[in-house]
Write a protein that binds this ligand. Structure first.
Ligand code: ARG
Length: 579
C-alpha cells in the first residue's frame, strides 16, 4: 500500500525525535483530504494524538505552538520534500515524483486489492463472523426494511471478506409463528395452487390480506389457532402445506437475491427452532431464570435490582415459544456450530429492544460470547412508492428502478449503444438505490426520492456508474495501457495531484468503515473520487497528447477506475463498462 510506505517513512523520523515507537505513530499520521482550496501537504500528524495534553485542557494556541516546535525539529529527506505546521498539525508534503510513482505502481500492481492489505489492518485479528441479514417473513409483506437489511448485510459481509475475515451469511426467515395459522386458514379459503407456484410471494400476500380482513371474526381466529397447533404438532398435511409456502417462497427469494447480487450460505429460519426453544426454556428454568406470571406466561427478569422493572416474555401461557425464544435457541445453535468471533444481526432499529433483551438473556444464561453479538440497526425509508402506488414487494422496486433507468438512458444524449440495455439499467438502477441508501448514517431515516436517486450528475450511484463506464471506455479507446516506465514528471498538474492524493486515503476510509460498519465513508470517498476524475478527464486529455504524456495520464485514469470499481463492489454494486 502506497500510503503505508509514506506513513512508515514519516513515522520513523518522528519516532527518533519524539522518542516513541514508530508503530504507535503510524495511526496518528493521516492523508490530508483533498478539498477545493488545494493543500500542498499530503499527510498530517495530529499533535494532540502524540503529546500528553490530557491534564492541561490544552488550548488551540498551545497545540499550534507545539506543532511549530515539532516541525522545526524535523528534516526533509528523500521522501518528504516539505514540512510545515498548521493549527494543531504538522503537515508533510511528499516528493512529487515519488508520490505519483509510488501510488500508481501500487494501485496498478494490487488492482482491486489496493488498500485492503494496508498495515492499518495489521493489528486487527482475523475473525470468523456470522452475519445474519435480510430475513424476510414468508407470510407477511416483504417491506422495504428487508431491502435495507439485505444491502447493508451484504456490504458488511463483502467488506469483512475483502479484509480477510471468514464470513457466514445467514438468512433467518420468519417462517414460523401464529401468522402461519392465519395464512393456512386463508389458503384453505382463498388459495390457489397454480398461483402459489407461479408467483408465491404475491399470492401468499393476497391471501394474507383477504384472511386478515376476516380475522376479527372469532371463528376464523379459532381456525387459525387450530391450524397453528396442528403445525406445531407436526400434523402431516398441515406441515406439507406450510412446507410448500416456504419452498416456493425461497425459490422466489433466490431469484430476487440473484438480481441484487446477493447470496447466502445458509437459509435458516424460526421454524428450525421450535424444539430447541423448548430446550432453552428448560435451561432457563434450571438456571432459575424463568418466572411464571399469574397469567401463566414465562418471563425473564432483566432489571438490575431484580424488581421486574425490565423483563422479557419468553413463553406463552400454553407453553409455546415466542420470537425471542427462537432467537435464543438460534444464537446458541449458531455459536455451537460456527464458534464465531462475532455474530451480527442487521435489522431496522424498531428491533433494538428485542436484540438488547436477547443479548442480556444470553449473558444471564452464562454465555460470555453474548458480548460478541452485535445488532447493526438502520432507520426507516419513507415514501418509497412505485408509479402505481405504494411499494410492497422488493421486486416491484427493482422493476421500477430498472424501467426508470431504461427510460433515462434512452433519452440521454450521452448514452452509448449498449449490448444489453436491460442488464445495464438493472445494474445502474441498483447502484442508485444503494448509494441513496448508504449516503447517510445507517441509523437515520430518510425520504426516498426516485428523482434524487437517479440524477445522472449529482451525488448518485448513476454518477459512479457513469464515471466508471467513461474511464473504462477511455482505456478501451487507447488500446492497452503499458504499465511500466511511466514518466511521472508528466503528472504534476494540480488536477493529477488531487487524484493521487485522494488515492492515498483509500485505506484510511476502508479502515473507518470496517470499524463502525458504516458504508457512508466509502460512499463519500467514491463520489469525491468520481468528481476528481471527471475534472481530470476534462483538463488532462489523453487524445492528441504526446505518447509519453498520454501513457502517464492513462495510468492515472486506470488507477482511479480500479479503486472506484473496488469500492463499488464492496458496496454491492457491479460496475458497468458501458452506459
Ligand atoms: N423476520 C424478522 C422481521 O422481518 C427479522 C429477523 C431478524 N433476525 C432475528 N434473528 N430476529 O422482522
Amino acid at each position: 500500500m502506497a500510503a503505508c510506505s509514506f506513513r512508515r517513512s514519516i513515522a520513523s523520523q518522528l519516532s527518533k525525535v519524539l522518542d516513541l515507537p514508530p508503530e504507535s505513530l503510524i495511526k496518528s499520521i493521516s492523508a490530508v483530504p483533498v478539498s477545493k482550496k488545494r493543500h500542498v501537504a499530503d499527510f498530517q500528524l495530529s499533535i494532540a494524538s502524540v503529546t500528553d495534553n490530557s491534564s492541561s485542557g490544552c488550548l488551540a494556541q498551545d497545540l499550534h505552538l507545539q506543532a511549530e516546535k515539532l516541525a522545526e525539529r524535523l528534516k526533509c529527506d528523500a521522501v518528504v520534500s516539505e514540512i510545515s505546521a498548521g493549527p494543531g498539525t504538522v503537515n508533510f508534503m511528499i516528493n512529487r515524483e515519488l508520490l505519483a510513482k509510488t501510488v500508481l505502481h501500487q494501485v496498478l500492481k494490487d488492482g482491486l486489492e489496493y488498500g485492503l492489505n494496508s498495515e492499518l489492518f495489521s493489528a486487527v485479528p482475523r475473525q470468523k463472523a456470522v452475519i445474519e441479514f435480510s430475513s424476510p417473513n414468508i407470510a407477511k409483506r416483504f417491506h422495504i426494511g428487508h431491502l435495507r437489511s439485505t444491502i447493508v448485510g451484504n456490504f458488511i459481509a463483502n467488506l469483512k471478506v475483502a479484509l480477510g475475515h471468514e464470513v457466514i451469511r445467514i438468512n433467518y426467515l420468519g417462517d414460523w409463528g401464529m401468522q402461519f395459522g392465519l395464512l393456512g386458514v386463508g389458503f384453505q379459503c382463498f388459495g390457489n395452487k397454480e398461483k402459489l407456484k407461479s408467483s408465491p410471494l404475491q399470492h401468499l400476500f393476497e391471501v394474507y390480506v383477504q384472511i386478515n380482513k376476516a380475522a376479527e371474526d372469532e371463528n376464523t381466529k379459532k381456525l387459525a389457532k387450530d391450524f397453528f397447533r396442528k403445525l406445531e404438532e407436526h400434523d402431516e398435511q398441515t406441515l406439507s402445506l406450510w412446507k410448500q409456502f416456504r419452498d416456493f417462497s425461497i425459490e422466489e427469494y433466490v431469484r430476487i437475491y440473484k438480481r441484487l447480487g446477493v447470496h447466502f450460505d445458509e437459509y435458516s429460519g424460526e421454524s428450525f427452532y421450535q424444539e430447541k426453544s423448548q430446550e432453552v426454556l428448560k435451561m432457563l428454568e434450571d438456571k432459575g431464570l424463568l418466572q411464571k406470571t399469574i397469567k401463566g406466561t414465562g418471563i425473564v427478569d432483566l432489571s438490575e435490582k431484580k424488581d421486574l422493572s425490565s423483563f422479557s416474555t419468553v413463553m406463552r401461557s400454553d407453553g409455546t415459544s415466542l420470537y425471542i425464544t427462537r432467537d435464543l435457541a438460534a444464537a446458541i445453535d449458531r455459536m455451537n456450530k460456527y464458534s464465531c468471533d462475532a455474530m451480527i444481526y442487521v435489522t431496522d432499529k424498531s428491533q433494538s429492544n428485542h436484540f438488547q433483551h436477547l443479548f442480556q438473556i444470553l449473558k444471564l444464561m452464562g454465555y460470555d460470547w453474548a458480548e460478541r453479538c452485535q445488532h447493526v440497526s438502520f432507520g426507516l425509508v419513507q415514501g418509497m412508492k412505485t408509479r402505481k402506488g405504494e411499494v410492497i414487494f422488493l421486486e416491484d422496486v427493482l422493476n421500477e428502478v430498472r424501467s426508470r433507468m431504461l427510460q433515462n438512458m434512452a433519452s440521454a444524449k450521452t448514452t452509448k449503444e449498449t449490448e444489453n440495455p436491460m442488464e445495464t439499467a438493472e445494474k445502474v438502477g441498483l447502484a442508485a438505490l444503494i448509494i441513496q441508501d448508504f449516503r447517510g448514517l445507517l441509523s437515520s431515516d430518510y425520504q426516498f426520492s426516485w428523482d434524487r436517486a437517479l440524477q445522472s450528475r449529482g451525488d448518485t450511484g448513476v454518477f459512479l456508474q457513469y464515471t466508471h463506464a467513461r474511464l473504462h471506455s477511455l482505456e478501451q479507446m487507447h488500446g492497452k495501457v503499458q504499465l511500466t516506465d511511466i514518466n511521472v514528471a508528466c503528472l504534476q498538474e494540480p488536477d493529477a495531484i488531487s487524484v493521487l492524493q485522494h488515492l492515498l486515503r483509500y485505506d484510511e476510509v476502508l479502515y473507518r468503515s470496517s470499524q463502525d460498519l458504516q458504508p457512508k465513508h466509502i460512499v463519500s470517498y467514491l463520489l469525491t473520487l468520481s468528481h476528481l476524475a471527471a475534472v481530470a478527464h476534462k483538463t488532462l486529455p489523453v487524445k492528441a497528447s504526446a505518447p509519453e504524456l498520454a501513457q502517464a495520464r492513462l495510468c492515472l485514469f486506470r488507477a482511479a477506475r480500479l479503486v472506484l470499481a473496488s469500492g463499488m463492489k464492496l458496496l454491492g454494486i457491479t460496475p458497468v463498462t458501458q452506459m
